[in-house]
Structure formats: structure tokens, C-alpha cells
Design a protein. Structure first.
Length: 275
């Protein structure tokens, strides 16, 4: 049984925070800011895709997945709201959210595609967020020196992303999605997701005035390409998605479970859905 609790994070995002909120590190702050800037529109796409997918399913498949999808939508809607507040602070600091515009334009161009491809895109992106989330929970030093409320925000988001990592994948297969298209869409999402985040990170660094500083790229090399860095350390988990036998539940989610159990005082459960 998969249980997806909808949680309200007990933090204040009305109080402004500086652009380099992540321990004063320009690159780590710019990267996380870029990710946040992509989230509200992306999470709305995930919600719309799974809601439409659920309506397309025949009974009893719809009944089997309905409550889990309800929990997924509740979690993603909460993430969308929190990151909208986070991004509003970035807008006040003068940052331009190009990644959101690019994402919205791309989705408009593909809006008439087969619904299964939209769900496949959701599953592919959820795989990225799940492996990134587990990596971040295993490496709390990446948020070293961050404001406590913002460190809490990112760890909470990561814990929930890991928790609902299977929902879109299961929906894709319930809709009759095939392995070959799952992989084609995953390759497309790999290039567009990484390319968009890289582009927005560079724009953030340029706005911050730190794009050409040696310290910025030293931090980038360590964060991304150290032995267990965000990219180098997650290659095997990314590659696992290509296997015909892959399922998100095969990958470890213990760090998510441990974090949620250890931080019950930092959130309030406002809903519960079970499969």
C-alpha cells in the first residue's frame, strides 16, 4: 500500500531572503534558485497530466489509483504554492524567470500530443527529481550555511518527491504506455530539463555578478562533478531508467522516510491518501 500524506510546511516565506541564501555560495544558490523557478509551472503540468490520465482509465484501474493520485496532486499543489512564494522573493530581487516561459511555451507546443506522452514526461521528470532528492538528503552539506527555514523547505520538498516517485510511472503503464516511448520521452526530458536548468543557472549568476568568478566554478565542479556529486554521483540511478524491468520503487527511499519521521514538528498533515 502506498500512502501519500498532504503536509503543510510550517515556515515563513513572507520574510525576504538574500539571493545567496545558500551559505553565501553563489553557484549553489543560483542552481537551487533555477530549480525553484521551474517548479510551479512544472508541478501544474504534472497535476494536469495525472488528473487527465486518471479520467482516461477504465474501472477498476481508476479506483485502484484514484486515492494515490489524489495524494500526489495534493503534495504537488503544496509544492507549487511554496515555490511560488520563494520565486516571488527572487522576482523582487530582479531575477528573470526565463525557465518558466520556456517550459510553458514547450508545453503549449505539445499540448495536443498523446496523453500517454504527457504522462511519460511527468514520470521522466519525477525520476530526475527523485534521484536528485535522495542525493540532497544524503548530502546535507550542500545546504551548509543556508537559512534554516530554506534548508527545511528544500529537504521537505525532497522527502515528498522521493515519497511519490512511483505515481506517474504507474499511471503511464496503466494507460498502456510502451517501454520504447517511455525511453524516447526520457531522453527528450533529459536534454530539455538539464539544458533549461543550466541556462537559468547561468542567467542567475550573470544577474548576481558572479558568473566569471573562479570561486563560482570551483563550487560548480564540486557540487556537480565530485565523485558523489549531483551529476557524477547519480549517473547509475539515471541510467537505471532505461531497463525494461525498471520501477521507481526499486530505488532506495529510506532517507525520505527517515527525514519525515524526524521532522514531524515542522509540518502539519492536512490530508491522507492511500492506495
Amino acid at each position: 500500500m502506498t500512502e501519500l500524506a498532504v503536509r503543510r510546511l510550517l515556515i515563513d516565506l513572507e520574510t525576504p531572503f538574500p539571493a545567496r541564501w545558500n551559505g553565501g555560495d553563489a553557484f549553489r544558490s543560483a542552481l537551487f534558485n533555477a530549480l525553484s523557478m521551474s517548479f510551479p509551472a512544472g508541478e501544474q503540468f504534472f497535476i494536469d497530466s495525472l488528473r487527465a490520465g486518471l479520467q482516461r482509465l477504465p474501472e477498476p484501474q481508476r479506483e485502484h489509483l484514484a486515492r494515490e493520485v489524489q495524494g500526489f496532486i495534493g503534495q504537488e499543489a503544496t509544492h507549487r504554492r511554496i515555490h511560488t512564494l520563494f520565486n516571488e522573493n527572487l522576482t523582487r530581487l530582479g531575477y528573470d524567470n526565463e525557465i518558466e516561459r520556456r517550459g510553458l511555451a514547450r508545453r503549449e507546443a505539445h499540448k495536443d500530443n498523446d496523453l500517454r506522452n504527457q504522462v511519460a514526461a511527468t514520470a521522466a521528470t519525477e525520476h530526475f527529481t527523485a534521484i536528485f532528492s535522495d542525493w540532497l538528503l544524503r548530502h546535507p552539506e550542500v545546504l551548509e550555511g543556508a537559512e534554516p527555514r530554506l534548508r527545511l523547505l528544500w529537504q521537505w520538498h525532497c522527502a515528498e518527491e522521493s515519497e511519490h516517485r512511483s505515481t506517474a510511472f504507474d499511471m503511464y503503464h496503466a494507460l498502456g504506455g510502451k517501454h520504447v516511448w517511455r525511453i524516447r520521452v526520457f531522453k527528450y526530458i533529459t536534454w530539455t530539463f538539464l539544458g533549461d536548468v543550466a541556462r537559468q543557472t547561468v542567467r542567475n549568476l550573470h544577474h548576481d555578478g558572479s558568473l566569471w568568478r573562479w570561486s563560482t566554478w570551483r563550487s560548480a565542479a564540486k557540487t556537480l562533478f565530485a565523485r558523489d556529486g549531483m551529476i557524477r554521483g547519480n549517473y547509475a540511478l539515471w541510467r537505471a531508467y532505461f531497463s525494461p524491468d525498471f520501477h521507481p520503487s526499486h530505488q532506495d527511499a529510506s532517507h525520505s522516510q527517515d527525514w519525515l519521521q524526524a521532522h514531524t514538528a515542522d509540518y502539519r498533515i492536512v490530508g491522507q491518501a492511500a492506495q
